[in-house]
Design a protein around this ligand. Structure first.
Ligand code: SF4
Length: 453
């Protein structure tokens, strides 16, 4: 658990000298606890106190990075058990398992399919993050061949799973003693499968500065292994549990997360890795979603069907959005279709889901239409109206600032049916004719087709 202001205060000099810019040591301690100041602003703190405070201020779950560049996958740094307590920081990575027993054509198909798993939702691109190459064959030449094919065909991050550290080293060295550039530069996650060669994996992780996933049978065993691996010099560790059905794995994940956060147990303060164990697609989807919810930093699945991946990515997107910040679109005039001076104008708020729902229905109507999104701090129509963020005055200010008069050649606005109550005042303030649209977005196509401007 992060130290409180009072915990920190006890370690400060308590002279109230103000050199840190705060009136008292207590005020500085409170600012430190809220992460609004850094410890180096106090020049008088002792070396011992500094050590304690710096280590206590580390996030309880270590940040681990797989890959490099803008596609890199970051896991960890989480500080809460439940999203509503604050927010989750790093969305769980979604990876797909590729076994080295696939025939060449099957492999090409699978990688192409994985590359195509990109979708757009509420204005954001959602996609898978990683391919996990598994040395199912036990043959290091086949493993190298598949790993190289993956590196050549995708820009996604890669995890390498084998019982043999030597087989992984051959991938990193391209089997011929020189460095395999994609694998050397792209920092793959290497996964120790719980076999006898832990030392070999630790050596590899250290030598090539790679994140290392360890596979254990329980939280207790994981705590022992991470302590050993960290002592050997590996910093970026990921924990996986093996031999468990989904319910058992989730129990372990919950216990590991809780122990790391609530008891500040550093040996368990690492991101978690889950592999789906079920085969039937719906069961696998339910299992994968459960891991995204509790508390995997990376979930590896087998299925590459779009119908399978999309709900998984949507769940992740929902869970990892910031509950304190509604997803918003830019407040502006949006053009749907080939609009002209006579096109209708629909007024709504800048809550992302509201905008994309309205935009989808406008597209379905095939009536070119302007949508004016007013800045309502990302709230939906009724919420914004109740909070006085979507009012006749704010709509008037929006259409004036956007220069709507110059965009269209008429003076009629369509407002959502739920706020019909504001139509009179809005008409009076703006001087525009107000038409009350449907309450639900699903009524928009029919409404627009029959609207006379
Ligand atoms: Fe206290 Fe250090 Fe700030 Fe001085 S500089 S008031 S000792 S915290």
């Amino acid at each position: 658990m992060a130290p409180t202001g009072l915990d920190i205060y006890k370690l400060l000099p308590k002279t109230n000298c103000k050199d840190c810019g705060f009136a008292t040591c207590l005020a500085f301690a409170m600012a430190l606890a809220q992460k609004k100041a850094s410890l180096d602003r106090c020049p008088h703190v002792t070396a011992e106190a500094k050590l304690v405070l710096e280590s206590a201020s580390q996030p309880p779950i270590k940040l681990v990075t797989i890959g490099a560049g803008e596609n890199r996958l970051e896991m960890g740094n989480e500080t809460v058990m439940y999203r509503h307590e604050q927010k989750f920081y790093h969305p769980a990575g979604i990876g797909i398992l590729v076994e080295d027993t696939l025939k060449d054509n099957e492999l090409d198909d699978k990688i192409s399919k994985i590359n195509a798993l990109k979708f757009e939702r509420v204005g954001q691109e959602i996609l898978v993050d990683l391919i996990c190459v598994k040395n199912t064959s036990g043959d290091s030449a086949k493993f190298l061949n598949v790993a190289n094919k993956v590196a050549g065909m995708t820009t996604l991050n890669v995890a390498l799973l084998s019982g043999s550290a030597k087989a992984i080293e051959e991938v990193i060295h391209n089997g011929r003693g020189r460095l395999n550039v994609p694998y050397h530069k792209q920092r793959p996650l290497i996964i120790w499968d719980g076999g006898s060669d832990l030392d070999g994996f630790v050596k590899l992780a250290k030598e090539y500065n790679l994140p290392l996933a360890i596979t254990c049978a329980s939280a207790e065993e994981a705590a022992e292994v991470t302590a050993k691996v960290k002592q050997a010099g590996v910093e970026e560790i990921v924990i996986s549990v093996k031999g468990k059905r989904a319910s058992g794995a989730i129990q372990d994940f919950t216990s590991i997360r809780r122990t790391a956060l609530k008891k500040n147990e550093r040996s368990l303060g690492y991101p978690l890795l889950a592999f789906t164990t079920t085969v039937e697609p719906y069961a696998e989807l339910a299992e994968a979603i459960s891991y995204v919810l509790k508390y995997a930093g990376l979930v590896i699945v087998k299925n590459t069907d779009k119908d399978f991946i999309l709900p998984l990515l949507v769940t992740r997107q929902d869970i990892y959005s910031d509950p304190q910040k509604p997803v918003q679109v830019e407040p502006k005039v949006y053009e749907i279709g080939k609009v002209g001076k006579a096109s209708p104008v629909i007024i709504t708020t800048n809550f992302s889901i509201t905008y994309f729902t309205v935009a989808g229905e406008v597209e379905a109507s095939k009536v070119p239409t302007y949508i004016v999104c007013c800045d309502a701090e990302g709230m939906s129509v009724l919420t914004a109206w109740a909070a006085e963020k979507f009012t006749p005055e704010s709509i008037d200010a929006t259409i004036r600032s956007l220069g709507l008069e110059k965009i269209v050649g008429h003076k009629r606005l369509v407002i959502p049916g739920y706020v019909s109550v504001m139509s009179g005042k809005l008409e009076e303030i703006t001087g525009w004719k107000i038409s009350v649209g449907p309450r639900e977005a699903s009524g928009i196509p029919n409404y627009l087709r029959n609207l006379k401007i």
